[in-house]
Design a protein around this ligand. Structure first.
Ligand SMILES: [Ca+2]
Ligand SMILES: [Ca+2]
Length: 329
């Protein structure tokens, strides 16, 4: 449950953490999709939501602007949540980003059942299945394990759990298939869209505030009930009831009505990993893509709204999945 240099690839090129079917409380989605913009006056109000043919509830998110990145400097983050300041310098400079068009975001992470339907319809083989292995964590290190895939990630999963051990390429293939099926262009969120959706009008470390959860009801993360933390890391002082993945949509939604934006599984974004405008570092020829939001495997430091993972797009981990978005225009 610490950050790991995956297979000897430096953090700047690959930095993953050690950390039911679309079943939803749909009424909760529509009722809770409100938040204040950072300006404080204009209310963000959900457009209509709908359920697609795969059973995904898609939540309308209005356009707006937000501050992308961490309000806390790296030293403050480390002081509050443990971890190393150097691992979150990429959350700066904090800057204003504009989401200039309305968007539908899937209320939940894509589930095992939804990927099973995709695979059954197309005979698609994920990268893990084609190559015969996926990563697993042992002693806080990610190692390749033969035979692991979304069908067998190394722990029990129900059909309503978020799919894991899928690569960025696998997620893209799912989006292409869903787009053809729905005749609408589904895709992965950009990193900015993801953080905008996660924050839902907030500027705090987590969408619920700056403090760590003590209730066990807002997110499935690495919790004190299931983890002896490594030295230097701070674990949320609660038991959320799940050691591994949990069914999607079971914890509190954020103000947009989105579930599991923090925790359960980290989520692939469309973007290549790189510095924010004005940053004093370069990603070089990094092949990494961004994953966001922390997971069942991650301590608080990695579950903040601003934290950025850089993951090799062909890699597949037992704590990385995805959700989809759709332009509302
Ligand atoms: Ca947990
Ligand atoms: Ca998540």
């Amino acid at each position: 449950m610490i950050d790991v240099h995956v297979l000897g690839i430096s953090r700047r090129t690959a930095r993953l953490i050690v950390p039911a079917l679309g079943f939803l409380a749909c009424s909760a989605c529509s009722d809770s999709a409100r938040a204040r913009t950072e300006g404080g006056d204009r209310q963000l109000t959900s457009r209509s939501s709908f359920v697609n043919s795969l059973g995904m509830t898609m939540i309308g998110i209005p356009p707006g602007s937000f501050h992308m990145g961490s309000r806390l400097v790296p030293e403050e983050v480390a002081a509050r949540f443990g971890g190393r300041p150097v691992n979150c310098v990429d959350e700066h400079p904090r800057h204003v980003r504009v989401i200039d068009r309305p968007l539908y975001v899937s209320a939940c992470e894509v589930t095992v059942a939804q990927v099973r339907e995709f695979v059954q319809a197309t005979a698609f083989e994920t990268d893990a299945e084609r190559e015969g292995w996926a990563f697993a964590y042992a002693d806080a290190v990610a190692r390749r394990v033969d035979g692991r895939s979304w069908r067998n990630p190394g722990f029990p999963q129900g059909e309503d759990h978020p799919v894991v051990c899928v690569s960025w390429h696998d997620a893209q293939a799912f989006c292409r298939w869903l787009s053809e099926r729905e005749r609408r262009p589904y895709r992965l969120p950009t990193e900015a869209e993801w953080e905008y959706a996660c924050r839902a009008g907030t500027q705090t470390a987590f969408w619920w505030g700056d403090g760590m959860d003590t209730t066990g009801r807002v997110a499935n993360v690495a919790d004190a009930g299931h983890l002896q933390p490594a030295a230097g890391y701070v674990v949320m002082p609660m038991d959320d009831g799940h050691e591994f993945t949990s069914p999607v949509g079971r914890y509190r939604a954020n103000a947009f009505g989105l579930f599991d934006m923090i925790g359960n599984v980290s989520e692939w974004c469309a973007d290549a990993y790189g510095p924010y405008p004005g940053a004093a570092w370069s990603a070089g020829d990094s092949p990494g893509r961004v994953a966001r939001g922390g997971s069942w495997y991650n301590v608080a430091y990695y579950c903040r709204c601003a934290y950025r993972y850089c993951v090799v797009p062909a890699d597949r981990y037992p704590n990385v999945g995805f959700r989809v978005v759709l332009d509302a225009d």
